[in-house]
Design a protein around this ligand. Structure first.
Ligand code: UGA
Length: 448
């Protein structure tokens, strides 16, 4: 399976769209990315990448320079260009937590208005079960309205990339889900994905609805693992056990595995919170109460308050006038994404209690400033130890590599009342206490 050139169009230049576009161009396809945001398109055209994602910038620049990756606001030109047209626009939660399909259906309408030859329309965004049918109906309605005989298929092809490792995930997928009942569409996508389908068969063929549900099931399972471990941490803390030892003890069983069982300050990001909620809503809309998913969310909401509770208890509730140093703002390392980040809950709780925050994050400072603006009780620092100056205690919220082996002596000297709130269980409690710093972790009863 060599590099077969295909003309591909991608609607939406967010995480999924931009990464997918860059990777498909890298494999020799001619990719046109369409976005309604003219400013974003102009910036991409100049080689400016709107998100922080390792490896993405050189890949975009390289393929842009080679003429394989182009950006436009012209939707009709986009539809005319691609034999395969991806829909990778956002599906934000609406008021009740269901996925809002406004943007997806608007793209479908545009496709129906401009399409001429056979086109494969691919849903790449995470969309509720039944969306492929709705996209199909929206396109068909437009075709009928203008008496067009053009044919098309709609495929569900969910994306599984992780922020911070997106390029790698896209170039080396562990599975490629193709949900389609059309043999013609399947063949076209198999050809498109052939260069990514290495070593063994990674393509899993299924119907559209199963593909749509697969995406939600994967994220809900991962979120469940995290909330499960956070629950075990809460039990461990009360019974005098150390959840870190328990984690290693259970991870050794391959049926459980070591991945995604790290307890901490709760999960965030643009996917888990939104997808778990959306799946719960979908289930309810079909007459089923997804009890497990509700519990996963409830445990996570409590977990995001965990660090604040530990800090409040440490100060016997007297937080007014205190300053807390924060290491880590992004919802996870290697991203500047602050969506649903645990740090936000913590900062807002601290501010409400009258405390101030001095924070450092390698990438998310500008985003934090954008969200909260200039305020007296938020100092964004350029360096980790600068955040400690004049602070009473330190809380670590995101496990960036640079926080892994800090200079504990420097921490003790800088803090007014040396205490470390380890929201990701990064440190050995004994080593911290030996350095003269009070240690608080997540679910480490033995250390309290
Ligand atoms: C997640 C999934 O991991 C991807 O497979 C999926 O494709 C993506 O959503 C998506 O739907 O687009 P992402 O949101 O980038 O990816 O972030 P993760 O690396 O999964 O982390 C999510 C959150 O869980 C973070 O806040 C992280 O700190 C937390 N987490 C993760 C834990 O608290 N414990 C763990 O053991 C693992």
């Amino acid at each position: 399976a060599g590099n077969i050139r295909m003309k591909v169009t991608i609607f939406g230049t967010g995480y999924v769209g931009l990464v997918t576009g860059a990777c498909l161009a890298e494999m020799g396809n001619h990719v046109l990315c369409v976005d309604v945001d003219a400013d974003k398109v102009a910036r991409l055209d100049r080689g400016e990448i709107p998100i922080y994602e390792p490896g993405l910038e050189p890949m975009v620049k390289r393929n842009h320079a080679a003429g394989r990756l182009e950006f436009t606001t012209d939707a009709a030109a986009g539809v005319a260009h691609g034999h395969v047209v991806f829909i990778a626009v956002g599906t934000p939660p609406d008021e009740d937590g269901s996925a809002d399909l406004r943007y997806v259906l608007a793209v479908a309408k545009t496709i129906g208005q401009a399409m001429s030859g056979y086109t494969v329309v691919v849903n790449k965004s995470t969309v509720p079960v039944g969306t492929a049918d709705r996209v199909r109906a929206a396109i068909a309605a437009e075709l009928a309205a203008r008496g067009s005989q053009a044919t098309f298929d709609v495929v569900s092809n969910p994306e599984f990339l992780k922020e911070g490792d997106a390029v790698n995930d896209c170039m080396r997928p562990d599975r490629i889900i193709i949900g389609s009942s059309s043999e013609r569409a399947v063949q076209l996508l198999k050809t498109l994905y052939a260069p990514f389908n290495r070593n063994h068969e990674r393509i899993v063929l299924m119907d559209e609805r199963s593909a749509e549900l697969t995406k939600y099931a994967a994220n809900a399972m991962l979120a469940t693992k995290i909330s499960f471990m956070n629950e075990i941490a809460n039990i461990a803390e009360r019974v005098g056990a150390d959840v870190e030892l328990v984690r290693q003890g259970i991870g050794a069983d391959p049926r459980i595995g070591y991945h995604f069982i790290y307890p901490g300050a709760g999960y965030g990001g643009s996917c888990f919170p939104k997808d778990v909620q959306a799946l719960e809503r979908t289930a309810r809309a079909h007459g089923y109460e997804a009890r497990l998913l509700g519990a996963v969310e409830a445990v996570n909401a409590d977990q995001k308050r965990k660090l604040f509770e530990l800090i409040a208890r440490h100060f016997d509730g007297a937080l007014k006038g205190k300053t807390v140093a924060l290491w880590g703002l992004a919802f996870k390392p290697n991203t500047d994404d602050m969506r649903e980040a645990s740090s936000r809950r913590l900062m807002e709780d601290l501010w409400n209690a009258g405390a101030a925050v001095r924070a450092y994050d390698p990438e998310a400072r500008a985003e934090t400033r954008r969200i909260y603006g200039e305020r007296a009780d938020l100092m964004l620092c350029d360096e980790p130890y600068q955040a400690l100056q004049g602070a009473d205690v330190l809380a670590v919220v995101t496990e960036w590599k640079i926080f892994r082996s800090p200079d504990f002596a420097r921490i003790r000297e800088a803090l007014r009342t040396p205490a470390l709130f380890d929201g990701r269980n990064l440190y050995d409690p004994e080593a911290v206490e030996q350095a003269g710093i009070a240690y608080y972790g997540i679910g480490r009863g033995r250390s309290l």
